[in-house]
Design a protein around this ligand. Structure first.
Ligand code: NAD
Ligand code: UGA
Length: 429
């Protein structure tokens, strides 16, 4: 079966490559010419585990192609996936301009061809209905198939789905999508077959629920810290209750990234527009925004104003180069207001952070350089390599032996034994 993917970013490239790996013939389309030229040579624009190898393999085996032309890319395809961005608009809603622009172009170029248009982008309820109106003169049917992959483990998540959501009112669309996902279905992945609106809302409800879990454990961590309890034991004690589940109970500097912040805002906007109350989502957003400010103030309280500090980690989480809405970047912006000088290191996200912060901070080529002459060592992203640093050397480089670990990844007992004052989250120092 031949398929096309319109929008070759994190989701489009992973989806297209994984479908090619499953044996389908895939054409990935993007209007960014530079990106497509590089992809044709097997150069991938993002850091994502396993992806580069799979892209190169599927190009060389002839199942994965790239083009900038929608007209060329969609011809003879059984399904066309929309994976363009839906960023946050000024009023908090999802900006659907890329979705509608792509759909209009597809409608113009599809002619009499029968196919299905499948939304993989995260779109608010009602978008499928609007797409149907745009496509009414074509033979395209509309379906919603939200994506649940996480950056950093995107290929694994795509290939090992917890569930597959198919929203459509067309038997043909459902049959095509079930064929595409047959490998996972035969391994037992549950299929949720539903109407388009429910599929669209499942995606927002899931992301907002995960964001709520994180905001909740962060509040419990604050209580734990104040009473001298241990948040790691608390999270485990809660999470082993199957009704709660142990994932997404790691306290930290708040959730970030290109998804939870914008998707919670978009859900709030949709609920406001519908006249429905969304007080929980509203509180979660507020709590998450406040957290970064509070944690920046805590650093200033520990270290003092106008000091140099080493920041370890810039990405919004480990194993990605993505710094969009990164808690690390937001905390740094707060610290700059307190006239702090920041020396930062990240294994992958320096390039993307530079695009946001420019030369407001100093970028270092390793953790040790960042520590030279700094008053404290602050962990803001949970990269594994930070656990295995030479802490004796770190101590000799720092001006003061202070570690502030906002991801709880270091061995507190070990670094204390080496003479560090160690602060973490949800555990009294
Ligand atoms: P992205 O910004 O990385 O990629 C979007 C791509 O679409 C860009 O390369 C852009 O050039 C291209 N594009 C825009 N308009 C186009 C057009 N008319 N024709 C061809 N190409 C066009 O975005 P992303 O992170 O992949 O997210 C895409 C969607 O998937 C969003 O709705 C997002 O919320 C959702 N999502 C993202 C993730 C994630 O982990 N990033 C996971 C699940 C769902
Ligand atoms: C998230 C969802 O996990 C995916 O299922 C979804 O497909 C995606 O959004 C999306 O819709 O785009 P992602 O943003 O890539 O994926 O990353 P997560 O692993 O969910 O982390 C998001 C943020 O929460 C990060 O800043 C992370 O550090 C933070 N987090 C996560 C915590 O602070 N604690 C945790 O226990 C888990």
């Amino acid at each position: 079966m031949q398929i096309a993917i319109v929008g070759t970013g994190y989701v489009g490239l992973v989806t297209g490559t994984c479908f090619a790996e499953l044996g389908f013939e895939v054409t990935c389309i993007d209007n960014n010419k530079d990106k497509i030229d590089r992809l044709k040579k097997g150069i991938i624009p993002i850091y994502e585990s396993e992806l580069e190898v799979l892209v190169k393999k599927n190009i060389s085996e002839g199942r994965l192609k790239f083009t900038t032309s929608i007209k060329e890319g969609i011809g003879c395809k059984a399904a066309i996936f929309l994976a363009v961005g839906t960023p946050q608009d000024k009023d908090g809603s999802a900006d659907l301009s890329y979705i509608f622009a792509a759909a209009k172009e597809i409608a113009k170029d599809i002619g009499n061809q029968e196919s299905i248009l499948v939304t993989k982008s995260t779109v608010p309820v009602g978008t499928g209905a609007k797409l149907k109106r745009i496509l009414k003169k074509t033979k395209l049917q509309v379906a919603s198939n939200p994506e649940f992959l996480r950056e950093g483990s995107a290929v694994y998540d795509f290939m090992n789905p917890d569930r597959i959501v198919i929203g459509t009112d067309s038997i043909h669309s459902k049959a095509i999508l079930e064929k595409l996902y047959q490998t996972f279905i035969s391994k037992g992945a549950p299929i949720i077959s539903t109407d388009i609106a429910s599929a669209e809302l499942i995606k927002y409800a899931a992301n907002a629920f995960l964001a709520t879990k994180i905001a909740y454990i962060n509040e419990i961590a604050d209580i734990s810290e104040k009473i001298g309890a241990n948040i790691k034991d608390i999270a485990l004690g809660m999470g082993l209750d199957r009704r709660i589940g142990k994932d997404f109970l790691n306290p930290g500097p708040g959730y970030g990234g290109s998804c939870f912040p914008k998707d919670t805002e978009a859900l709030l906007k949709v609920s406001k527009d519908l006249g429905a109350k969304s007080s929980i989502v509203k509180t979660v957003i507020k709590s998450n925004k406040g957290r970064k400010k509070n944690l920046a103030q805590k650093i200033v309280y520990i270290v003092g104003n106008n000091k140099t500090i080493a920041v370890l980690g810039l990405a919004f989480k480990a194993n990605t180069d993505d710094a969009r809405e990164s808690p690390a970047v937001e905390i740094i912006q707060q610290l700059i207001k307190h006239k702090m000088k920041i020396k930062a290191y990240d294994p992958k996200a320096i390039g993307n952070t530079r695009e946001i912060l420019g030369n407001k901070i100093e970028y270092c080529s390793n953790a040790y350089d960042a520590c030279k002459g700094a008053k404290a060592f602050v962990v803001l992203t949970e990269w594994s390599e930070f656990k295995n640093l030479d802490f004796k050397k770190i101590k000799s480089l720092l001006d003061k032996p202070v570690i502030i670990d906002y991801r709880n990844i270091l061995d507190g007992a070990l670094v204390r034994k080496l003479g560090f004052t160690y602060y973490s989250i949800g555990i009294r120092s």
